[in-house]
Ligand binder design. Structure first.
Ligand code: UDP
Length: 328
């Protein structure tokens, strides 16, 4: 298929683009490289540098595109609280432009990268797709607003779409992994401690209502996540908007994640309790039964040790690269 991947230089977008290229698809990536990495983009893909809002109509206007996978977005919870205007602009307004460009060029197949943040603080876990959506921050609210937009475009204009609500994406695929200028996520930060790039990991609270007092999350391997996008793309039907949760179905506490990182890396990884982080819920665990049942999604890298090991192999490669860059 001839596909447009927006945000294809980001962490999830680049893994997905790599898998699509491997499977023989003709991939065009648009990315403004505000947070993406040039190194992560597969060599076989065509790359267009710029903003989706400015360029989507022109690119899709070339003709021949059979689908769009839309990753490009702002995605930091804390930042969205401080700068909501940027989130409404870059997430909602940009997606409206993209959907209009798709409509004008007759492209009716969309996969949208969404988030568990659309649910907010759930009353119960595991979270199924029919539970109330009450986002607790602007990031989740913008992603939810886009879902309403997509549903209405499906009904009115025949768009065929799937929104994938990711839980905690982690792991790496070959030489693509989490490599952000400013890192806020647990696993890459813990691994930076193991690599010696940080002194210790701060655990944000140990008095949560969980078994060991630290928050529990559902970690999903980025390569399993990529499979879900391909399945969605191949099964979208004009006029229908589907929403699926994506997780591994198991919860791990912050302490359990740190222990697993100790096991995988053989490093002590000093940890210290720090105050809670604003906006963090105690427990988030996905039910992914719907996508398994309906699309036959079959994640194979669900155990935490595989996820952490793949992330660690990638982090070490990054560390080696940084080391040789310093020496040369
Ligand atoms: N966390 C932590 N220390 C850190 C980063 C994260 O204790 O330096 C905790 C955070 O409070 C949350 C969990 O790890 O409970 C996962 O956080 P992350 O930012 O990776 O993902 P989120 O669940 O916020 O999307």
């Amino acid at each position: 298929m001839k596909l447009l991947v927006t945000g294809g230089a980001g962490y999830v977008g680049s893994v997905c683009a790599a898998v699509l290229v491997e499977q023989g698809h003709d991939v065009t990536i648009i990315d403004n490289f505000s947070t993406g990495n040039r190194d992560a983009v597969p060599g076989e893909a065509r790359i267009i540098e710029g903003d989706v809002a400015d360029k989507a109509a022109e690119i899709l206007g070339e003709g021949g595109f059979e689908g769009v996978i839309h990753f490009a977005a702002r995605s930091l919870v804390g930042e969205s609280v401080d700068k909501p205007d940027e989130y409404w602009q870059h997430n909602v307004v940009t997606t409206l432009k993209l959907l209009n460009a798709m409509r004008e060029s007759g492209v009716k197949n969309l996969v949208f990268s969404s988030t568990a943040a659309t649910y907010g603080e759930p009353d119960q876990v595991p979270i199924t797709e029919d539970m109330p959506t009450q986002p607790t921050n602007p990031y989740g609210a913008t992603k939810l607003a886009i879902d309403y937009m997509i549903t209405s475009f499906a009904h009115a204009y025949g768009l065929g779409a799937t929104s994938l609500r990711y839980f905690n994406v982690a792991g790496a695929y070959g030489n693509i992994g989490e490599n952000r200028e400013v890192e806020t996520h647990l696993i890459p930060i813990v691994l930076q401690v193991a690599l010696g790039h940080r002194d210790k990991i701060f655990m944000f609270g140990d008095d949560w209502d969980t078994e060991d007092g630290t928050p529990v999350r559902d970690y999903i391997h980025v390569r399993d996540l990529a499979d879900a996008h391909v399945l969605a793309l191949k099964s979208n039907e004009s006029g229908n908007h589907r929403i699926y949760n994506l997780g591994s179905g198991d919860g791990y506490s912050v302490k359990q994640v740190i222990d697993m990182c100790r096991k995988v890396t053989g490093h002590d990884i000093p940890a210290e309790v720090a105050p809670r982080r604003a906006g963090d819920p105690a427990t988030l665990i996905a039910s992914s039964e719907k996508i398994k049942r309906e699309l036959g999604w079959n994640p194979t890298r669900t155990d935490l040790e595989t996820i952490v090991s793949d992330a660690w192999n990638f982090t070490r490669q990054l560390g080696d690269k940084a080391h040789s860059a310093k020496r040369s």
